[in-house]
Design a protein around this ligand. Sequence first.
Ligand code: PLP
Length: 364
Amino acid sequence: MSAVCCLCRPDQWYDWRWQFRNRLRTKEQIGALVKLTPEEEEALSQPRFVVGTTPYFASLMDPEDSNCPIRRQVIPLAAETLRCPGSAADPLNEEGLSPVPRIIHRYPDRVVLLATETCHTYCRHCTRRRRVGMVERSILREELDGAVGYIAAHRQIRDVLISGGDPLTLANGQLERILAAIRAVPHVEIIRIGTRAPVTNPFRITPDLAAMLKKYHPLWINVQFNHPKEITEASARACALLVDAGIPLGNQTVLLRGINDSVEVQKTLVRELLKLRIRPYYLYQCDMAEGIEHFRTPVARGIEIMENLRGHTSGLAVPTFVIDAPGGGGKIPVSPQYVVSQSPEKIVLRTYDGKLVEYLEPQL
Ligand SMILES: *Cc1c(COP(=O)(O)O)cnc(C)c1O
């Protein structure tokens, strides 16, 4: 993928701040790059949609094909205004599980810390669209003190996930203040960062950033590649910098109708991820968030995809398919059924390619 750009000098294209500052946010800016359909034009004219993408991510859009998987993640459609039964602004009850601002505490031993409402690209399928991008705000000093105070006061918290928004929209110094404050809590064992920067603004991953992150090990990063088209020379280089800094990378894909809801796309994606040394972690059933109904697939589609991954490709490439429980119960794994029948004496199973086998229970 060449860096096609008539707006910048060649050195600016590779500067993450230039990419961030020059995010495309209007119908005119996006329309200059792709041939908009009437539906896209209409949605882009609605001021209430939060739209924005880096010139880099925009350059991956197909100018002619409105079904382009990048385009569908970036350009809104009028369907986002539909309010379907069962959908909610906060489908996972994150606000209800927030004991102090910017902390979500759903599981006993780990919390999410929301570092910012800003992103390099505003994904059309965002589950946190009720707040992300509405105001481009980041964590305030007193909010950080409150959040870290909460973590320090709860000794069972051994894992802190920094999320947002995209924490890698923060400058290294801001991010380091957060990491240092969390690391100073003795009972915190691991820190995780959730970010799409390697996908949507890969130039954010600089040697300086990797060197800074390295100081806060054990640190894990989860990224979100949704389609093989997002894997480019630039994104591969970004991931290599992180992995070479000793940071294990996991991937969380959202299953999206018309974008990646086929066995072929998912199989290619997970294989390509392994080549980048990224472990596919979760495949998410799309949440019941308001405005993203048109992205949801039947649950059976996810199960079918899992069925066609397990055994058919490296076990390392197989994510766990989960539904994040509506109402906030946590992530629930949903899997094809491999147990055919079960008695006290034996269990009958089926193999990935459909053969029946018996496993006898212990006789002693
Ligand atoms: C997803 C999530 C986690 C982390 O879940 P893991 O299964 O440990 O990756 C923690 N807290 C909240 C609120 C989450 O949504």
